[in-house]
Design a binder for this molecule. Structure first.
Ligand code: SAH
Length: 415
């Protein structure tokens, strides 16, 4: 299919243009024992959706490019309305700013004051709690965090990814292998977990801790991290990716005895009022559509780490106080707060207003349906969670991370 044809493609067209599915039709005999007919149908549908994804992405990209070139043409010919002209100019300015920030970020030419010297941790110690699709989504979210950090004026100095190795997170490790993570600036990768990070930050003896001036400086050869699940898979173009795991060296700028860990959790009692450059904020690296309640709150309590939630309820009228967001949304909110020093603006930049209404509307519709069912069946009914999908992030494809437009899954909300 050429690009022009793709431009006119909508979801239904994608389905019809994709041709016959390569996924075999399911018959009663194929059904594994114990799997219901409906579950089988759902699995087949899911597989078909996966098959269509690249086509949908290509169509969306082509549509976006077409919109942009129409704007460019109109701008050059002076035929745009005032509104479109303003949109075009704003986009161009944004693009210039992003390019300048990326250049500085990648060249490492940011001065001290230009980056935020606190830290953010993505705790990747939940590999075994996610299904394959959630692992994929998690991989994209990790890449989105890096990508966001590259494009802001004041990036976070270090993003530490803990529990990342063939043995600590085997499926994430494999899925991340085509993301070039070992070349990401300001990103540090540890086999060790949050527990060891907590120990490194609170160690009183400086001789216990080693510092890495270059967070991406590979460790000495022979560095061992225990069991080696997936041996061989971690080799990329002759590089042993395990050499890029730098724990338990603290990245430059993070100081033992000064920097304190705060585990972020929607279930925390404490609400964040501000962010401090003496703190390191941990985000639980899991996509679970809220299957595991209190997961990160409990983990932090066990490790004796302070917990806090984002001040959503205070600033956003239409969202519940304990709304559970995705990893990259939480990361982006922190990043935006660092840029704008204003929670409301940070929330509004990351979660467009429209989404609150959509999610509220979806919930109302769902509740109405439940009520109706209850009236019909006389049952008490359980308040089910309402997942809300958003896919309108129009970030351009990022060559370093292999990212296409974002597919953000808003995790379910606590009531
Ligand atoms: N069921 C998981 C939810 C994970 S959501 C749990 O109980 O922890 C992924 C991560 O995003 C969380 O671990 C938390 O670190 C962060 N997060 C999501 N919503 C948040 C909120 N409202 N306030 C603070 N952190 C939040």
């Amino acid at each position: 299919m050429d690009e022009e044809a793709l431009m006119n493609v909508h979801d239904e067209d994608v389905t019809s243009q994709a041709g016959p599915s390569t996924i075999p039709a399911v018959t009663a005999n194929d059904r594994p024992e114990g799997m219901s007919k409906n579950a089988m149908k759902r699995a087949a549908k899911q597989a078909r959706m996966e098959e269509l994804k690249p086509l949908k992405r290509a169509a969306e990209k082509a549509r976006r490019r077409e919109r942009q070139s129409a704007l460019s043409k109109g701008y050059a010919e002076g035929t745009l309305t005032e509104e479109d002209k303003a949109i075009y100019e704003k986009r161009k300015q944004l693009e210039r700013d992003r390019k300048a920030s990326k250049r500085k970020f990648d060249n490492g030419t940011l001065n001290d004051g230009e980056s935020w010297s606190g830290g953010v941790v993505l705790d990747l110690g939940f590999d075994d709690l996610m299904n394959e699709q959630e692992i994929s989504s998690m991989t994209s979210q990790i890449a989105y965090c890096y990508s966001s950090n590259r494009t802001v004026t004041k990036p976070i100095k270090s993003i530490i990814h803990t529990s990342f190795s063939p043995s600590a997170s085997p499926r994430l490790w494999t899925k991340m292998s085509d993301r070039n993570w070992h070349r990401w600036s300001r990103s540090v990768w540890w086999h060790q977990g949050v527990k060891e990070l907590s120990a490194a930050l609170s160690s009183s003896s400086p001789s216990d801790i080693t510092f890495s001036s270059n967070p991406m400086e590979p460790l000495d050869a022979g560095h061992s991290i225990g069991d080696r699940a997936g041996e061989g898979e971690e080799k990329k173009e002759g590089i042993n990716l395990e050499n890029y795991l730098t724990g338990p060296k603290l990245p430059e700028g993070l100081k033992s005895g000064t920097h304190k860990l705060v585990y972020l959790s929607a279930d925390a009692e404490e609400e964040l009022t501000t962010l401090s450059e003496d703190e390191v904020y941990v985000i639980g690296g899991i996509v679970d559509r809220n299957r595991y309640k209190n997961l990160c709150q409990n983990k932090a309590e066990l490790l004796g780490i302070r917990t806090a939630r984002l001040p959503i309820g205070q600033f956003i009228d239409n969202l519940p106080t304990r709304k559970v967001l995705t990893v990259n949304q939480v990361f982006d909110i922190l990043l935006q707060y660092i840029q704008q020093n204003d929670w409301r603006k940070a929330f509004e930049t990351v979660i467009p207003q429209r989404k609150y209404h959509e999610s509220k509307k979806a919930k109302h519709a769902h509740n109405a349906q439940l009520q109706q069912q209850q009236q019909q069946t006389g049952s008490s009914g359980i308040q089910a969670d309402v997942p809300c999908q958003a896919s309108d992030n129009e970030d351009p494809v990022d060559v370093d991370t292999g990212l296409d437009s974002a597919e953000i899954i808003v995790q379910n909300e606590r009531t």
